[in-house]
Design a protein around this ligand. Structure first.
Ligand code: FAD
Ligand code: NAI
Length: 328
């Protein structure tokens, strides 16, 4: 019997590791507390279509990720998004075009992790609370009291605060994860029956509760019947208003949006708010992966690198590489 490798977290980091391990003929078993894959790259299904409430787009600076995106493009999972970009600063809205290549999943962000799930064993709606080692192998415990295993090795691919208790078997890894702070982001989606009278499709915002706006429907492959927008608040505003009612968050961020967008904003016919508790690491780390190779316990995710999709994917690759290296 081959003893599989457990991966906790089916976001882009966990699936990146899974893919790299499977390529080497290793068997993996994923666990995720969510109903589907993607984590912060997931798309929220709603009555107006699927909305990218987390990651908005991604860029690629590392050659390995550039090559990976090329392959995803050939499979039809991603396409380039060329938004009409603006910048808002000191009450001034100005066009802010640039040459940066930006990618999105099609027809929604979650298409990428959905594609990567093929041929992978996953338990969804399964929140792991404990990772422990028996004589030879690892076992996982979930919130329902079920035990899963045996596993030869475990990769923890969840945000740092959620990783900390799962790394308790190796206190050094747990301490490193515990030292990483992650900041929240309030996201609001809006839908308008009549398209807003602005060419804007994306906007970087300064000195405001808002940090970013995107016209969701302007991304390739989207078919929403409403003019849909996604607004992100800054980490500072989100932290300050962490326990606000969703209706109040919508009201306040809609107010700021209406003030800055530079055209009439009628009452939206659709709105929702989503709170990301662990949206982004407060600082940058260059670990790549945290590893206790002798025990076979690893941690990866965006917080081990750049806090972006690219960093999460690279960190998953690095976890797989370190694990494979130790097998040889
Ligand atoms: P995640 O996507 O968080 O995956 C972790 C998974 O683990 C989740 O699916 C979760 O359900 C699961 N999990 C957690 N705990 C447990 C447990 N105990 N048991 C089982 N499963 C568990 N990046 C960009 O590059 N460009 C952007 O424009 C961008 N915008 C963003 C906007 C927002 C609002 C947010 C929140 C993030 C944004 N990011 C952006 C960051 C990007 O989304 C992340 O860096 C990346 O998706 C992280 O991937 P990951 O696999 O490391 O973690
Ligand atoms: P990028 O290169 O497009 O943007 C990086 C930063 O450069 C932007 O945040 C913005 O400040 C600035 N910038 C880029 N182009 C600009 C333009 N045309 N006009 C004005 N400013 C411009 O993308 P990258 O480096 O891949 O970063 C991803 C994005 O994801 C960033 O905007 C980041 O803030 C965001 N992000 C948001 C998170 C959240 O929780 N809200 C979490 C992680 C990332």
């Amino acid at each position: 019997m081959t003893v599989p490798i457990a991966i906790i977290g089916a976001g882009i980091a966990g699936l990146s590791a899974a893919q790299a391990l499977q390529k080497e003929g290793l068997t993996v078993h994923l666990f995720d507390k969510g109903h589907g894959s993607g984590g912060r790259m997931a798309s929220k299904r709603s009555e107006v279509g699927a909305l990218d409430l987390g990651a908005q787009y991604f860029t690629a600076r590392d050659r390995r990720f550039v090559e990976q995106i090329q392959q995803w493009q050939e499979k039809g999972w991603v396409a380039e998004w060329k938004p009409q970009l603006y910048n808002y600063r000191d009450g001034q809205l100005t066009p802010s075009p640039d040459e940066q290549v930006r990618w999105v999943g099609v027809p929604r962000m979650s298409a990428i992790t959905r594609g990567l799930l093929k041929d992978v064993t996953v338990n969804f709606s399964c929140r792991i609370t404990e990772v422990f080692r028996g004589k030879q192998y690892w076992h996982l415990q979930d919130t329902e009291g079920c035990s899963h295993g045996p596993f030869s090795r475990v990769i923890v691919a969840v945000p740092a605060p959620q990783a900390t208790p799962l790394l308790a078997a190796t206190p050094k890894l747990a301490a490193a994860a515990a030292g990483v702070q992650m900041e929240p982001t309030w996201a609001v989606a809006l839908g308008f029956d009549t398209p807003l009278d602005t060419p804007m499709q994306g906007c970087f915002v300064q000195d405001c509760a808002l940090d970013w706006l995107a016209r969701n429907r302007s991304k390739p492959g989207r078919e929403e019947h409403l003019d849909t927008w996604v607004l992100h608040a800054t980490s500072a505003w989100s932290k300050q208003h962490i326990d606000l009612q969703k209706e109040t968050v919508i009201e306040q961020l809609l107010g700021d949006f209406a003030e800055l967008v530079g055209c009439a904003v009628p009452a939206p016919s659709f709105s929702l708010a989503h709170r990301w508790l662990y949206a982004r690491p407060a600082g940058n780390h260059e670990w790549g992966v945290l590893a206790d190779a002798d025990q076979g316990l690893y941690a990866c995710g965006d917080w081990c690198l750049s806090g972006r999709v690219e960093g999460a994917w690279l960190s998953g690759q690095e976890a797989a590489r370190r694990l494979i290296e130790h097998l040889e």
